[in-house]
Write a protein that binds this ligand. Structure first.
Ligand SMILES: Nc1ncnc2c1ncn2[C@@H]1O[C@H](COP(=O)(O)OP(=O)(O)OP(=O)(O)O)[C@@H](O)[C@H]1O
Ligand SMILES: [Mg+2]
Length: 339
């Protein structure tokens, strides 16, 4: 990957939101902090972290749906930071699959209409019969068969999982270079999850489509991005990034270790929380974040300096935002995890 140019690069991207209902000038919430991220052609990047840490916001910035407050975005080497919502999306090169499938579909359009319109706009020369054929293929691809049965319906007449598949079909129909999928399988039956994850993996292989897969579920993350990269976020920052196999086998940031530890493992020898006694189980709050390291109030290894500043450390397996890595245990969180 290192020899290839990135498809997309984020440089020191910051995002502030206005605190709802507040009129004070300095009442902004600093939701993303100095995000540096490269996404390579054909790569699967998994973005994980607890609720409210800024995953969706980052996903929307990557797809051009939000303009960052500060920082630069490059697409195929071109600075597109000022082209918010126009250039990247008008070429349909980056597509976003929303967390909430219901809100993403027009309630007064049938599924057929919701799929037809973007394909027609994208490729005006296509005839109706050709578009119909394409829609049929897409419905097959996402496993909604027989297609006719679903195409005549309105969004509210479908299940959450079916809507998510329609969103996937619509995103793929524009043959983008990059799809950002925000919790795409969270509303889907466990039995169907695997097929949708496999679909994304297939598209990634066959069409060399890059994916940013947003999730807080490490098991699906591990499955979809088995040869890809994981980016772990905490309170608006990237705190660890590396190859997913390496990071899961040997997490280095105390939070990543805690996150992996929290995945239930069917192992009678495993004792939860033995490895890392967090000081507090309370979730972090992005609005009341410390200066320095955002994790310091929960971290068992913190030192006074952590409340002032924090630096990235390059380890053999990952890049980690932590001052005290020498104190954090190394090695597998679970003896049996990699069986
Ligand atoms: N449009 C907005 N205006 C103001 N605050 C917002 C807005 N969108 C998100 N936020 C705030 O930004 C923070 C990050 O939200 P975001 O939706 O990116 O988190 P997330 O990691 O996707 O969470 P989840 O896992 O629950 O989906 C939250 O504190 C949220 O309340
Ligand atoms: Mg989200």
């Amino acid at each position: 990957m290192e020899n290839t140019a990135p498809l997309m690069s984020l440089k020191k991207v910051n995002m502030y939101f206005k605190k709802p209902g507040s009129v004070l000038k300095d009442s902004n919430i600093h939701v993303l902090r100095d995000i540096d991220l490269d996404i390579y052609p054909g790569e699967i990047v998994a973005l994980v972290g607890e609720s409210g840490c800024g995953k969706t916001t980052l996903g929307k910035i990557i797809t051009g749906l939000y303009r960052p407050t500060k920082g630069d975005i490059f697409f195929n080497g071109e600075n597109v930071s000022g082209l918010f919502n126009k250039k990247i999306n008008s070429f349909n090169q980056v597509q976003f699959i929303q967390q909430d499938g219901y809100a993403a579909l027009n309630p007064v359009r049938t599924i057929y209409q919701s799929l037809y319109a973007p394909i027609k706009t994208h490729n005006k020369k296509l005839k109706k019969a050709e578009i119909d054929k394409k829609i049929d293929e897409l419905m097959n691809l996402v496993g909604l068969i027989p297609a006719e049965q679903f195409l005549i319906k309105y969004p509210h007449q479908l299940s959450g999982g079916q809507r998510q598949r329609i969103l996937m079909a619509r995103a793929i129909s524009l043959e983008p270079k990059l799809i950002v999928a925000d919790e795409p399988v969270s509303m889907i039956d466990v039995s169907l999850r695997l097929s949708l994850l496999n679909l994304m993996k297939d598209l990634n292989k066959k069409l060399n489509m890059s994916f940013v897969y947003i999730s807080h579920d490490l098991s699906t993350t591990r499955y979809i991005a088995e040869s890809g990269r994981v980016v772990v976020m905490y309170l608006g920052e990237i705190i660890e990034t590396g190859k997913i196999g390496d990071v899961i086998a040997n997490p280095r940031h105390p939070y990543t270790r805690a996150l992996i530890q929290a995945v239930p493992i069917p192992d009678p020898d495993y004792k939860a929380n033995e490895d890392l006694p967090l000081k507090s189980m309370e979730l972090g709050n992005i609005e009341h974040r410390h200066i320095g390291c955002g994790f310091c109030n929960r971290c068992p290894y913190f030192e006074d300096i952590c409340t002032q500043k924090v630096n990235y450390v390059h380890t053999e397996t990952s890049d980690v935002l932590c001052n005290n890595l020498n104190k954090v245990p190394t090695g597998a969180v679970y003896k049996t995890y990699n069986k």
